[in-house]
Write a protein that binds this ligand. Structure first.
Ligand code: HEC
Ligand code: HEC
Length: 224
């Protein structure tokens, strides 16, 4: 009898305790969904993190390297696609889906992923006399830096070592006017690129693209 009572008592205590326990520790509130940076850049990897990945629009060229680029410039570029100042249709579609916070987070993320070897202060390869004259005509180094990797303002791009076929497409885009899906409206670079023929822009792109720089393609495997 005593045995039965004591076990009933034990059972009662146990159930009260478990009720109290349940009341004192309600299920932890679900944390507000915060998208990880990996999920924010997951979409970018498919084009920007594959070595040699090419775009065929408006002509075949490698997709620009963005790892190691200045965060302020990346943000400015994404905002330009968003507003339509840059007309590239794919990048417009992508930028339209990014919030201001996404753009800030993504830009900071990519800025920190450049090459770590220091770039010589002065362009380490002498340009041909023809290219030297073109560089001088528009004072490219006065904004992009003596090594083309240290622009005077962080909202300006590093261009040293960027894919030369992309540099050529970009330079022509600043020149193009009145087209619906090709072109970039940027007051500074429009005035500059219009001073040159396409052959001259190609010579400039070929030179700048062969210089050592901080930009790189960060392969997807690094994320795993
Ligand atoms: C389908 C392929 C593709 C995807 C996906 C993609 N990009 Fe791009 N991106 C491009 C191409 C092509 C260009 C060059 C556009 C141009 O000529 O203006 C570009 C240009 C850019 C530029 C300008 C680079 C410069 O030097 O001016 C930035 C910044 C950029 N992309 C960031 C992103 C980010 C961030 C994502 C993911 C949220 C992303 N891209 C996803 C193909 C892609
Ligand atoms: C007065 C300053 C200035 C000068 C001079 C200048 N640039 Fe630029 N450049 C800029 C700025 C600012 C941008 C970014 C424009 C934008 O946001 O689209 C830019 C963008 C570029 C880009 C696009 C890079 C990318 O990743 O898409 C290339 C290529 C470029 N410049 C090459 C040159 C060359 C070559 C010269 C000389 C012929 C030159 N620039 C002279 C300021 C300058």
């Amino acid at each position: 009898m005593t045995k039965l009572f004591s076990s009933l008592f034990a059972l009662a205590v146990a159930s009260v305790t478990s009720v109290a326990f349940a009341q004192n520790t309600p299920a932890a509130p679900a944390p507000a969904p915060v998208a990880s940076i990996e999920s924010k850049v997951a979409m970018c990897i498919g084009c920007h993190a594959i070595p040699g990945y090419q775009s065929s629009f408006p002509e075949v060229h490698r997709v620009p390297m963005i790892s190691g680029q200045n965060a302020k410039y990346i943000a400015a570029a994404l905002n330009a696609y968003k507003t339509g100042d840059r007309k590239h249709p794919t990048m417009r579609g992508i930028a339209e889906g990014l919030s201001e916070q996404d753009i800030t987070a993504i830009s900071d993320y990519y800025e920190k992923r450049g090459k770590t070897e220091p770039v010589p202060e002065k362009a380490s390869r002498e340009p041909s006399p023809q290219v030297a004259a073109l560089l001088q005509k528009a004072a490219c180094a006065s904004c992009h830096g003596a090594n083309f990797s240290k622009p005077i303002d962080p909202s300006y791009p590093k261009i040293a070592g960027q894919h030369k076929d992309y540099l050529f497409v970009a330079l022509k885009a600043y020149k193009s006017e009145g087209q619906s899906v090709v072109g970039r409206s940027n007051g500074v670079m429009a005035g500059i690129s219009k001073q040159f023929s396409n052959a001259e822009l190609k010579a400039l792109a070929d030179y700048v693209g062969t210089l050592p720089g901080e930009l790189q393609v960060q392969p997807q495997s690094r994320f795993r």
